[in-house]
Design a protein around this ligand. Structure first.
Ligand SMILES: NC(=O)c1ccc[n+]([C@@H]2O[C@H](COP(=O)([O-])OP(=O)(O)OC[C@H]3O[C@@H](n4cnc5c(N)ncnc54)[C@H](O)[C@@H]3O)[C@@H](O)[C@H]2O)c1
Length: 261
């Protein structure tokens, strides 16, 4: 069977889930542009350096990438131990600028997959508050919005809630105007270099509770196939969805205790 080569941009391809995503598509025979802050040896057809905290750098990247991409996998992220402005700009605004920059020249039938997190839990209750963040389309406005927020509320959760809400609001328009679907994947705790930072910002005990509930943390091999599926034609009628990939930890939380057998 001949597998059609696709053109895939993986943002955050230097490490962890992003590196495994780039390696997956490259191994499949797709042409991959691997984007990261750091120089990396991730298998890819092309490597681009970009600091996603800097919208001017993203504009330059978009010019360099050019048109005719099939898939944008936006995987880059920083944990809540980073400065709040970096968390919001890398995790949320960068996705937005990349999506809106690429959409008009992506191939029809393409897809955007963003990586959110189970830490976005409760986003449904914050839609009103997040509407202000979604009106902010540049770094200064995002930082202004955050300055008015309760500093005790974890900004990492806010950034991932914004990713989910943004993707859901963008999805129907992106499909109608450009024939591109937009979905998000929300991993539970996953064994990558970022995990110790999550233990610091969320508490090791919290992550141990999650691990005990489902038996282990995820590996990148649990997450990448879901990104690949949402990016594929097989998911051609799935749009605007957030898929938890967490072994089932979150599922019962809003409906009652897990049924014990
Ligand atoms: N590992 C987990 O437990 C977990 C759980 C839920 C969600 N996530 C999310 O999954 C995604 C991937 O995380 P990971 O676990 O692979 O972590 P990771 O630290 O291994 O990879 C993150 C990548 O993002 C890149 N990046 C960070 N800041 C950047 C910047 N300013 N410009 C360009 N690139 C930048 C890093 O260089 C790195 O290559 C993130 O969005 C993270 O929030 C991870």
């Amino acid at each position: 069977m001949v597998v059609q080569q696709r053109r895939v941009v993986v943002v955050g391809a230097g490490s962890g889930i992003g590196a495994a995503t780039a390696a997956y598509f490259h191994g499949r025979g797709d042409f991959v542009a691997a984007v990261d802050l750091r120089a990396g040896d991730t298998p890819a057809g092309r490597h681009e350096r970009c600091d996603l905290r800097d919208p001017a750098a993203i504009a330059g990247l978009l010019r360099d990438l050019g048109p005719d991409w099939d898939l944008l996998a936006y995987v880059a992220g920083v944990p809540g131990t980073a400065p709040a402005g970096d968390v919001l700009t890398v995790n949320y605004l960068g996705l937005r600028l990349m999506a809106e920059g690429m959409l008009p020249s992506m191939r029809r039938g393409g897809a955007i997959v963003g990586v959110a997190s189970v830490a976005a839990l409760g986003w449904q209750q914050r839609v009103g508050e997040l509407a202000g963040l979604l009106e902010a389309t540049d770094r200064a406005a995002v930082l202004d919005w955050q300055a008015g927020q309760d500093p005790a509320y974890p900004v990492y959760s806010t950034s991932k809630q914004a990713v989910i809400v943004y993707a859901k609001r963008l999805a129907p328009t992106a499909w109608r105007e450009f024939g591109v679907r937009v979905n998000t994947v929300s991993p539970g705790p996953t064994e990558t270099p970022i995990l110790p930072d999550f233990e610091e910002s969320m508490g090791k005990d919290t992550l141990e509770v999650v691990k005990a509930a489902v038996g282990r943390h995820a590996t990148v091999h649990d997450i990448v196939p879901v990104i690949a599926f949402l990016g594929s034609a097989d998911a051609g009628w799935i749009n605007g969805q957030d898929i938890h990939v967490d072994g089932g930890f979150v599922a019962p939380l809003s409906v009652g205790a897990p049924i014990e057998l």
